[in-house]
Design a protein around this ligand. Sequence first.
Ligand SMILES: Nc1nc2c(c(=O)[nH]1)N[C@H]1C(S)=C(S)[C@@H](COP(=O)(O)OP(=O)(O)OC[C@H]3O[C@@H](n4cnc5c(=O)[nH]c(N)nc54)[C@H](O)[C@@H]3O)O[C@H]1N2
Ligand SMILES: Nc1nc2c(c(=O)[nH]1)N[C@H]1C(S)=C(S)[C@@H](COP(=O)(O)OP(=O)(O)OC[C@H]3O[C@@H](n4cnc5c(=O)[nH]c(N)nc54)[C@H](O)[C@@H]3O)O[C@H]1N2
Ligand code: SF4
Ligand SMILES: [Mo]
Length: 822
Amino acid sequence: MAYKRQIDRLPIIPADAKKHNVTCHYCIVGCGYHAYTWPMNKQGGTDPDQNAFGVDLSEQQYAESEAWYAPSMYNVVKQDGKDVHLVIKPDADCVVNSGLGSVRGARMAENRRSDKTGTQQQRLEQPMVWRYGTWQPTSWDDALDLVARVTARVIDKENEDDLFVSMFDHGGSAGGYENTWGTGKLYFQSMKVKNCRIHNRPAYNSEVHSTRDMGIGELNYAYEDYGLTDTMFLIGANPLETQSNLFLNHMVPGMRSGARVIIVDPRRTVTVNACEVEAGTDNVLQLPIKSGTDLALFNTLFTYIADQGWVDSDFISASTFQGDVAVEQNEAFPAALGSFEFARQECQMSLAEGAQICGVPEADIVKAAEWIAKPHDDGSRRKCVTAYEKGIIWGNDNYRTVGALVNIALATGNIGREGGGVCRLGGHQEGYYRPSDAHVGRPAPYIDQLIIAGHGKVHHIWANDHYKTTLNASEFKKVYNRRTNMVKEAMDARAGATREGLVDAIVGAIEAGGIFSVNVDIIQSQIGQAAHVILPAVESGEMNLTSMNGERRLRLVEKYMDGPGSAMPDCLIAAGLAQHLERILREDGRDDYADQFQGYDWASEEDAFMDGFNAGNPEVTYERLRAMGNDGVQEPVVGYEDGKLIGTKRLYADGNFDRHGREDKKALFCAGAWRGLEAAGKASQRDSFTFLINNGRANINWQNWFLDKDNDFVSDRFPFPFIEINPDDMAELGLSSGDLVEVYNDVGATQAMAYPTPTARRKETFMLFGAPSGTQGNVINAGVNELILPNYKQTWANIRKISDAPASVRHLSFKSKEFTSV
Ligand SMILES: Nc1nc2c(c(=O)[nH]1)N[C@H]1C(S)=C(S)[C@@H](COP(=O)(O)OP(=O)(O)OC[C@H]3O[C@@H](n4cnc5c(=O)[nH]c(N)nc54)[C@H](O)[C@@H]3O)O[C@H]1N2
Ligand SMILES: Nc1nc2c(c(=O)[nH]1)N[C@H]1C(S)=C(S)[C@@H](COP(=O)(O)OP(=O)(O)OC[C@H]3O[C@@H](n4cnc5c(=O)[nH]c(N)nc54)[C@H](O)[C@@H]3O)O[C@H]1N2
Ligand code: SF4
Ligand SMILES: [Mo]
């Protein structure tokens, strides 16, 4: 039988419960919630003055009542050292979600560590050091001293290239302005670390270089634009599952007031299905292109729209570059940038050619062009919101593809205007505030390949698990296990040694080819198995944390509970590390260098916020953000009046484009022609293996399952990652529902559970990414674009049966995930 929460009754929230502002820390949407806490020995009552809702709970509540919460929204946690009841429920007054939760956010409470209810016991409580052949708990001073001593041995003033760093660059779930600043100050100000990478890609770079180079920051609209538009153009995105309440609370109302939807995705997603239900099939157009052919589609649309004269000539002449080439193509620019006419010439593609490459009918491309750009009968311009995410960001030829899409929005004047925008839908929330990263260079170093080639002596990892989420993961794990084991063996051989003796042993192993690994996480992760020192962090809610959502809405999550054990905010861990480095460098007589590690005397995360974000944005303080509540303020903040922070609804409303830093503030077009599957090894993999292993996300799972794996509700639903396969392919492979399969190719192998999917095209599968029980990244090759953007989505492999459905799978439903209206 499927998992069921065995809860008989829940306490009523008393009228005097403490109420905290909370922004869900999972996805980019950043829905508003409130956390209520109150002492264990108290309960509210049914009388209106006895409960937090102020209503008579002895009466039957109406269907849409706010006066309830689900078992998943409840837990018992510690606050100031005492047990308290905790309820985290959606905020009906927040403009982002209007009271909606999601299958992820509405489980925030049950995913808290609790000693009373037993949830998330996997959370790390204290630092651990590899000692006596395993990890032993220890004190912060002991752990940080070891990290600082080993690190100090491999770095020197002006020479920090042997320190490799993997670090989050986002907000919400890990990160936030406090923590990106803490880590950023350490690695980019005290040091100038060049060999670093971000949590989701193997280099320190942008996901969307081209739109920025064209002058257009990627989060430029307001969510309300979905309600003001004629057409939503969604590319490589599955927002019902991945930005759920943006879809439900903004896109759906847009459809209900008449907007049409175009979706470019090789696979029929549940988003396509839901749009059809909401808008009617006549108003939804899916272009199921061949994997990786988006650039050809966009260039065809651009050509056709320009040929029809459906462009916004006034906007083009007033706000875009006039001339020919503004930026030449070279090593740092995978396409030339310049004027509309120049790009039009370079991107030229006929309907016939586009249709042939993308595998969709010409008539559908024409229809899409009409829905995007054909003026209304009265001659007025059509409004179109363009939104894209990982289907093209992690897709073929990232630079040119994103650039070609932005071309269409630029040509039709759909940026900085109501009902327009050309935006990333986003992943995590954003929370980036760091000193300049210019020293990293462009193209940035390909960190994974450097590690595989034996480079890097010390590796600091902040909130990511490459074992589950990087590309070429089989090779990465093989080499990383070997190199970290060399250090573990050296440490074991010197058990009982003095600190100096131990550090000598570690450095000896490093010089012989080993790597010393420090992992800052909230749980024991998979890459954490290879670590020598593990440092426990707290999450959002266990600290005060600021971040902004997909329409740049900045909020403060107020701390509502204690972190586990001695776990600390990442910014304070970074500060501790800086202080230990300063001390050790001074002991070594390296005073000059030690001086660079000053300025970390922060007592709280708020101090880190003031040192970083506030220094650049003096209007913004915790107190003012607290007063702005769950609606917060849209960045950039431009003032403070009458007790309110003043924000910016849309970027570029004045027609000036500045993301590229050009003084003329003119946007550039991208002149990137179609050039096939661009990343190394992709075309030959496609030609050598039978199945496309498209991959990505599912509604219920958050990222690499770091909390999900210890959550009964989720692990019961998907004990293994699913792989959606057409039933006819399953029959050929001798598979039944839930059977375990091996997915294998020239770079590695992994496993998944077969999910029959009649809408899947033959030989085109979709596998859930990032799972601990079957990592899709094992079969992705090392191919990246010129600027080291990974190409996760274009992967091909063969499939064979491993076994019949294992015991943990047999009770599962393999019904269609589509909704059918009744
Ligand atoms: N439920 C849930 N939500 C999440 C997350 C999560 O883990 N779980 N993670 C968050 C994060 S960090 C991110 S980055 C976002 C990602 O959000 P999305 O980008 O929406 O998610 P994905 O599933 O990675 O990919 C989206 C779609 O790209 C399609 N695709 C694959 N290949 C191609 C192609 O060649 N062309 C086109 N046009 N499309 C293609 C896939 O079929 C898939 O439906 O989600 C965020 N939201
Ligand atoms: N095949 C394939 N691979 C992909 C993708 C894909 O679509 N397909 N998508 C890519 C994308 S968009 C992303 S975002 C990445 C995700 O890749 P990762 O960033 O590796 O995955 P997450 O699950 O976000 O990792 C979060 C880690 O941080 C820890 N953590 C959580 N909160 C905190 C905190 O507050 N502090 C600290 N120190 N640690 C914390 C968690 O326990 C977990 O180990 O995967 C990428 N890889
Ligand atoms: S849609 Fe995103 S932000 Fe909103 S509740 Fe769900 S996971 Fe959280
Ligand atoms: Mo992401």
